[in-house]
Structure formats: C-alpha cells, structure tokens
Design a protein around this ligand. Structure first.
Ligand code: MG
Length: 261
C-alpha cells in the first residue's frame, strides 16, 4: 500500500506565520487598555504567555475556541463575553503583519511538499485558519525552485503554493474544529481516498489528535521544542525538519526517516 494523500496543516508546518505574535500582542494590548480593570483578577502577565502556552493551549484550534481557551487558561473573568473582542483585535493585527510581509515559508516544508506532489501523491491543505489563503497565495514556488536549483519543470512561472494543492479546505467552517477529525475526513472524502491512506503533517497537539481520531497516520512537525507533546498526542513519528522524512517510504505506506540526504 502507498499513501494516496498528504494533508498539510499550514501555520507552523508550511508557513512560519505571525499568529502567535498577534495573539500575544493583542492580549497584552487589551490588558493594558480595555481590560485593565480585570488584570488583577487574572493570572496573566506578559511573561506567562509563553510559546509553550501558545502551543499547548491554543495552537491549531479554530479562532474562537483558541481564543476562549487562552482566556480560560489565564482565568480572565467573563471570558465568553471577551472572546469576540480578543479575536477581532488579533485578526486586525495579523492582517497588518501579513500585509507587511512578516511571514516566511519553511524551506524544508517546500522541498518536502514539492517532492511528495511530483512523486505522485496528491497534496491537500487543511488549516483551521481563515488566513491560510493569504499566505499560500504569496509564496512563489518558481522563485523557490530557481533559488534552490530544484528540478521541477512542472513549476511554471508564477506558480504559488496555493496552486499546488489538489484540495484545499483551509478556513472552511466545520461543525467541529480540531481536535475533531471532521476537516481531515472531509479532505479524504474530497480526494476519494480512505482515511487510512492519508498521512497528515501537523505541528499542533490538537491537529495530531484530529488525525489520529480520523484513523490517519500523523507526522508531528516540531517547530517549537515540543517533540514530547506531539508524541504524547499520538504522532506516529515526530521530526524537527521535513527534510528528515523519506518520500520513497511514503510510497510504501510508512513514515520513515530518510537515511541519506
Ligand atoms: Mg499549525
């Protein structure tokens, strides 16, 4: 058997995006202004909103449930009535950061997705984020293959990462977000493949849980020193770089480390 679909999360797997910074900065801003009166009641300090907190508590979840999770984490009173303001503030900030070009594609991820796609395995994007499109359409693969001397003649001038996907369900609303498998299962259905033929690349605990709950193989991509958390969430394998994954083994239906690069 071979994998017949490779499903990619976007933020943290393909793109080093400004979400984390935007969530953190907008929280700090609100606590300094509109929410200053409840600051003492909460456990929040800027120092406590660490990368670990971001990755364990909110990363990978849909916008509203991620926002609520972190408000609850810091015991902000009346969280349900603040979540919209927080999400709105964050969204304005993230759009500003994207507009200023403050993001980049991970080079290992581009090498990997190109190798997977052009070895004949369909690729799909499945991010909870409504902003995923904004990144994907700004990443030019022709520029990347030229700069890195890669041999993909199918990459025509102007081809973006967005164009590469056979299926892209990013930002679509599902009744249940990750860690529920609904979005991944919808991708499999769209591609007409069984869940067990799918391999999912995820950097978030909630995403690994979603892949496993859907009966798929889960490859954890640790970008934040959280290999243990991804393994505990059930990842079949965890890597810190997608360069370490054997593309030929995917055609045998397994996720193995590449021995020689
Ligand atoms: Mg992610």
């Amino acid at each position: 058997m071979t994998f017949r679909a490779a499903i990619f999360d976007v933020d943290g797997v393909l793109v080093d995006s400004p979400h984390e910074r935007a969530w953190r900065d907008s929280f700090a801003e609100l606590m300094d202004t509109e929410w200053a009166d409840v600051r003492e009641e909460s456990t929040y300090t800027p120092e406590r909103f660490t990368a670990d907190v971001y990755h364990q508590v909110m990363s990978g979840k849909p916008r509203m449930s991620g926002a609520l999770a972190v408000l609850d984490y810091f015991q902000v009173p009346d969280a349900e009535n603040r979540v919209q303001a927080y999400a709105d503030r964050k969204q304005a900030l993230v759009r500003e950061l994207i507009g200023r070009g403050e993001f980049r594609a991970y080079p290992d991820a581009l090498r990997f997705i190109l190798a997977v796609k052009y070895s004949g395995i369909p690729v799909a994007a499945a991010s909870s984020s409504k902003n995923a499109q904004l990144f994907l359409e700004r990443i030019y693969l022709d520029v990347f293959v030229n700069e890195h001397g890669l041999p993909y003649s199918a990459v025509k001038p102007g081809l973006t990462l967005l164009d590469l996907f056979d299926v892209n369900l990013s930002g679509q609303d599902f009744k249940h977000g990750k860690p529920h498998p609904m979005m991944f299962l919808a991708v499999a259905e769209e591609l007409g493949v069984k869940p067990e033929w799918c391999v999912v690349m995820e950097d978030a605990v909630s995403g690994i849980q979603a892949a496993k709950a859907g009966g798929m193989t889960a490859l954890g991509v640790s970008r934040a020193d959280d290999e243990d958390a991804l393994a505990r969430a059930g990842a079949d394998r965890v890597v810190t770089s997608l360069d370490d994954v054997s593309v030929s083994a995917l055609h045998q239906g397994s996720v193995e480390l590449a021995t020689i690069r």
